[in-house]
Design a protein around this ligand. Structure first.
Ligand SMILES: [Mg+2]
Length: 352
């Protein structure tokens, strides 16, 4: 499958094409505890003319708590209406299955409990309290007993089980820690069925966001005015692709050139930038001539199985844009190519 390509011959700044930005948090707005200053400036400029909203898989905080975090990091204009969370998407799914005020077994913390209460449900913690569904989200206090109660409820009562997200890891100050996906997997091991998943890269969280900002998911025209901004191919970018939205990968977080070149299907971003400041510049037009791909002054060419760099160009990201387009449009698998190390060895610099 090809990818959702950049619009052709667009002399306008990249952002001009869009009305709504759906922005990831970690690796985009901040890295660990530190704000990414280029992103703070760019998002503050963007919100003057665009709906600039935030979409997070992390279920441990409420929308209000996420807004407060963003305010502290230098985005004082963010309120909870601009924050879309995976518990909100999970409760949206729940409403289609179970009517309030049903008891809902919670594995997780404030983020899940708060959304359930707002929707009129009754959060419970024990499988003996007649829950009619299980919602499981990340919280650092989740323990064996919570996982066991979820397992009992799912296997004994046959009730729906919704996971806010399935992220395998969660970045913490002291390192990479096991994410919600590992805890969902623990329950899965006990019950033998799979959870329904609300968060990225699944579609419900994006539909939650589109609905909030007045975009009809069935209307391709209005969807084309939405840009998903993220740092991970397997959540942000894949989720955008799954939902039929254009996406922008910013190289301030997890994924870099190596992952981009090897990306398949919906993991391929429409746009690749070093910093969100590039939203205010025209995106370089990709030029293709036979086997030669050009972005900016970077030029690559396919010769047999070899990717040959004719000109590395003045900006490494242009080289990655040209080479990834070449590889993706070839329809061939990444391991069929000989790829010069220069293309993928450089790690993106985080612009703090
Ligand atoms: Mg991220």
């Amino acid at each position: 499958m090809l990818w959702k390509k950049p619009k052709e011959n667009n002399p306008e700044p990249l952002i001009a094409t869009f009305d709504v930005l759906l922005v990831d948090l970690d690796g985009v707005v901040y890295a660990g505890e530190r704000p990414i200053s280029s992103a703070i400036e760019a998002l503050t400029r963007a919100k003057e003319s665009k709906t600039t909203a935030f979409v997070t898989n992390n279920a441990s905080r409420t929308d209000v708590q996420v807004a407060e975090l963003l305010q502290r990091l230098g985005l004082p204009w963010v309120n909870e209406n601009l924050v879309v969370t995976s518990p909100q998407a999970a409760v949206r799914m729940l409403k289609k299955l179970v009517e309030a005020p049903a008891n809902i077994l919670v594995v997780g913390g404030d983020g899940v409990v708060d959304e359930l209460q707002k929707a009129g449900y009754t959060p419970v913690r024990d499988a003996d309290e007649n829950p009619e569904a299980v919602i499981q989200g990340f919280h650092r206090e989740v323990g064996w007993k919570d996982l066991a109660e979820a397992a009992y409820a799912i296997q004994n009562l046959g009730i729906p089980w919704i996971a806010t997200n399935q992220d395998w890891t969660i970045p913490q100050e002291r390192g990479i820690a096991p994410g919600n996906g590992t805890l969902v997997s623990a329950v899965h091991t006990a019950v033998g069925i799979l959870a329904e998943v609300a968060g990225k890269p699944e579609i419900p969280i994006f539909h939650q966001a589109l609905e909030r900002f007045g975009i009809t998911p069935e209307n391709e025209d209005s969807k084309s005015r939405v840009l998903v901004v993220g740092d991970r191919l397997d959540t942000d970018i894949r989720g955008a692709g799954n939902t039929g939205l254009e996406s922008l990968l910013v190289l301030t977080g997890i994924d870099g050139p190596k992952q981009i070149l090897a990306a398949t299907g919906n993991d391929r971003p429409t746009y690749i930038v070093d910093s969100l400041q590039e939203l205010f510049e025209p995106y370089p037009q990709l030029q293709v001539s036979g086997n030669t791909y050009i972005s900016g002054d970077a030029r690559v060419r396919l010769v047999g199985d070899d990717i040959v760099i004719d000109n590395p160009g003045s900006k490494h990201t242009d080289l990655v844009r040209a080479a990834s387009a070449l590889i993706w449009e070839s329809g061939r698998q990444i391991y069929g190519f000989n790829i010069p190390e220069l293309l993928y060895s450089r790690q993106p610099k985080i612009d703090l």
